[in-house]
Write a protein that binds this ligand. Structure first.
Ligand code: NZQ
Ligand code: ZN
Length: 385
């Protein structure tokens, strides 16, 4: 196992009715900015629960954060923060809202010229406004991690700081009942791929991390399809298991002390930036191709994945790997997400442009060995065509 330091400071309130807990979590003398997206929270009762819980607080609101949150939209919140001396941010929504709030939080305290420098030039985040989160879409893990992904002028880029990790997060599975099938699928697949990118590397004898990861993958394989099936989709246990899996997939626990490979995400971000493909749908296209092209480097873990996650025990190692890749694609198909570039109308001819975008964004040494260079990314994209 590799050395690691693990410290996750986000307090989780899990279960139905837990939104009321924000009343005690947010200091009573705080000036709160409630931040949300396009308005789904106004139709599913979440907004009203927030209003009720903040009855005794002073609060303002800012809405309109779009999926794949945009820098220009986020910067509009700064005037409200300054005009009202806001000192606490409450994010209510999915990964885009929470990621956006993280950027708003750091930008509000940024001393340099342009907060975009935090993302492109690594300008240090020395202070940030405290954040609380109410999660309505289990997928990204953003509710209890320090990462965020922001888009500006066709550039979709990740950044992070421990200062923007939410202080608390409310996870009420009932809030997910209003999600469309497409968003449920996206969430399950995003969480699945987060686990894979921390698991499918090389063996460092991290038995705890491996077993946690395998358990989470199996939970998503079992519960994901149930959340799409008319008979079981409203089952609160199904929703709860998916929600907790997605948080655990990217809260730092399973990734501590093991190598990681975020190539699928970095290549996927370029597809969202250029073609607007939903985040998770880029991952379901790229991951199987990564498994195929990186088969030699990932051989031992691919066999372990086949045996332990899919119970594929017959045949040679090569056959097990083939079957495991097929099982992964079948699972993605069952979850109704695409597995080829052609499924989202991206031509093989466009691969050159995607590779150029990766180069522009410095994504030239990806993977657990740092050896996925532009030529290797091209191979992966060709395998996904
Ligand atoms: O904006 P509203 O009206 O709320 O609608 C949203 C949005 O249209 C809707 N939605 C959310 N909760 C709902 C709901 N609709 C009905 N009922 C509910 N309960 O769903 C749509 C998509 O929301 P979004 O937040 O964009 O989805 P997701 O949670 O998948 O977030 C994706 C973003 O997170 C980034 C992605 O790159 C992408 O920008 N990621 C962030 C990560 C992190 N911070 O660690 C890691 C991830 O890998 C990912 O990159
Ligand atoms: Zn993701």
């Amino acid at each position: 196992m590799l050395n690691f330091s693990f410290h996750n400071t986000t307090k989780i309130h899990f279960g139905e009715g837990q939104i009321s807990a924000i009343a005690k979590e947010i200091p009573i003398d705080a000036k709160v900015l409630v931040i949300y997206g396009g308005g789904s929270i106004k139709h599913n009762g979440v907004y009203q629960q927030v209003v009720n819980a903040l009855e005794k607080h002073t609060w303002f609101e800012f809405s309109g954060i779009e999926p794949n949150p945009k820098y220009d939209t986020l910067m509009k919140a700064q005037a409200i923060i300054q005009d009202n001396n806001v000192d606490y941010l409450l994010a209510v929504g999915g990964g885009s809202v929470i990621d956006g709030v993280k950027f708003i939080s750091a930008a509000a305290k940024f001393e340099g010229e342009d907060p975009w420098d935090i993302i492109t030039k690594g300008a240090p985040v020395k202070a940030a406004l405290p954040i609380g989160a109410i999660l309505t879409l289990p997928a990204t893990g953003s509710e209890s991690n320090n990462g965020s992904v922001i888009t500006r002028d066709g550039n979709k880029l990740p950044w992070g700081s421990p200062l923007v990790r939410p202080q608390f997060a409310v996870l009420d599975p009932a809030t997910t009942l209003s999600l469309s099938d497409r968003q449920i699928s996206n969430g399950v697949v995003d969480a699945f791929v987060h686990i894979m990118e921390q698991y499918l590397t090389y063996d460092v004898n991290g038995k705890v991390q491996d077993r946690f990861s395998e358990g989470l993958l199996q939970t998503l394989i079992e519960e994901g399809p149930k959340a799409l099936d008319a008979e079981t989709k409203s089952d609160m246990d199904v929703r709860a298991n998916i929600m907790w899996s997605a948080t655990m997939a990217l809260n730092g626990l399973i990734g501590a002390g093991v190598p990681q490979d975020w190539a699928t995400h970095m290549i996927g971000h370029e597809l969202t930036a250029s073609h607007g493909v939903d985040h998770a749908r880029t991952l379901s296209i790229v991951l199987p191709a990564v498994m195929k092209v990186r088969r030699d480097q990932k051989r031992d873990k691919l066999v372990q994945y086949a045996e332990r996650v899919w119970q594929i025990t017959d045949g040679t190692d090569e056959q097990k790997i083939d079957k495991a890749i097929k099982a992964t694609e079948d699972f993605f198909n069952q979850m109704q997400v695409p597995t080829r570039l052609s499924h989202v109308d991206v031509d093989a001819e466009f691969i050159d442009t995607l590779v150029k975008q990766l180069e522009q964004h410095g994504m030239i040494k990806l993977g657990e060995h740092g050896d996925i260079d532009l030529a290797e990314s091209r191979k992966i994209l060709m395998a996904a065509a």
